[in-house]
Design a protein around this ligand. Structure first.
Ligand code: MN
Length: 297
């Protein structure tokens, strides 16, 4: 069969086949088309596929990092089947799958799907890396005890992990309930609003210093300003910009070890193609920062 009549199989970043096989790959991309607890506009089930499709357009050379992150090996897994029983059962499924991948020595990149998936991924990581801390980039506090009849709602993500005892730092906050805001103040949680983050005299270093050595990064794409990221179910004006987000992530990677991350909440039909492209490039940049970038000064 003449191979040139067929496009290569779809994989994250369309990297050369030798770097995309499971066994040698350091990174696995785990696409999870799950969105069931949403209160805003729906559509994040289509997020993982849109990110992977957009990723095929990227240059494999990262001009800012001056390296080719794919050389660490990136395997794209098939999409995870949503558990339709309950959000809690879906979180447990994610925890199980991510745990198996970690036990196999992989660096897991979870593509959502809704932000609730983060709970399962972080629980799997914390079981294996007890000193893990979480850096959450999100417009919303996500500290509700329960929402729309379940404690496993996308609006409760950080509350579940806080109750687990997971140290967490949040950046990009600009929307919360009165109760959430009171919880942040009472417990003096390191939650940085966009304006507070921009006002930090010590820059991103002040955020980095709050994190432990091993950091998991969770990105709810609504942390971005809607001018750069409209394709989310619950957009909020006044968000962070691309340069600010990648600048913060670079600062984290310079001081700490990024051990895994997720990119969640892309609803591709709610915005232009450029939004899926941003999500794809963000994931590729984080792989580069975590694993491939030449050591800094
Ligand atoms: Mn959010």
């Amino acid at each position: 069969m003449a191979q040139e009549r067929f496009f290569p199989r779809t994989t994250f970043a369309a990297i050369p086949e030798d770097y995309a096989r499971f066994e040698p790959a350091r990174v696995v991309v785990l696409p999870i088309p799950y969105g069931s607890t949403g209160s805003g506009r729906a559509g994040c089930r289509e997020g993982p596929r849109a990110i992977i499709d957009a990723s095929e357009e990227m240059e494999l050379y990262d001009i800012d990092l001056e390296c080719e992150p794919y050389r660490v090996g990136i395997h794209t897994l098939p999409e995870v089947v949503p558990h339709t029983g309950s959000a809690q059962a879906m979180v447990a499924r994610v925890e199980e799958i991510v745990g198996e991948l970690l036990d196999g020595g992989k660096f897991v990149v979870t593509l959502g799907g809704e932000h609730t998936l983060t709970v399962g991924a972080v629980r799997a990581y914390r079981q294996r890396i007890p000193n893990l801390s979480l850096l959450a980039l999100d417009a919303h506090a996500d500290l509700r005890q329960e929402y729309l009849d379940t404690p496993y709602n996308h609006a409760c993500v950080l509350r579940r992990l806080l109750d687990d005892g997971c140290p967490l730092v949040q950046v990009g906050l600009r929307s919360a309930t009165r109760e959430e805001h009171e919880l942040i103040r009472q417990r003096e949680l390191p939650f940085f609003s966009v304006s507070a983050y921009r006002a930090l005299a010590g820059g991103p270093g002040e955020v980095v210093s709050r994190l432990s050595e091993d950091v998991y990064v969770s990105i709810d794409l609504d942390v971005f300003d809607p001018s750069q990221m409209a394709a989310v179910g619950t957009p909020e004006p006044g968000g962070l910009l691309w340069d600010e987000v990648v600048g913060l992530l670079a600062a984290v990677a310079g001081e700490k070890r990024i051990v895994g991350f997720d990119v969640t909440e892309l609803s591709p039909r709610l915005g232009p193609f450029a939004n899926a492209q941003l999500a794809a490039k963000l994931a590729y940049r984080l792989i580069g920062l975590a694993l491939a970038a030449p050591a800094g000064p």
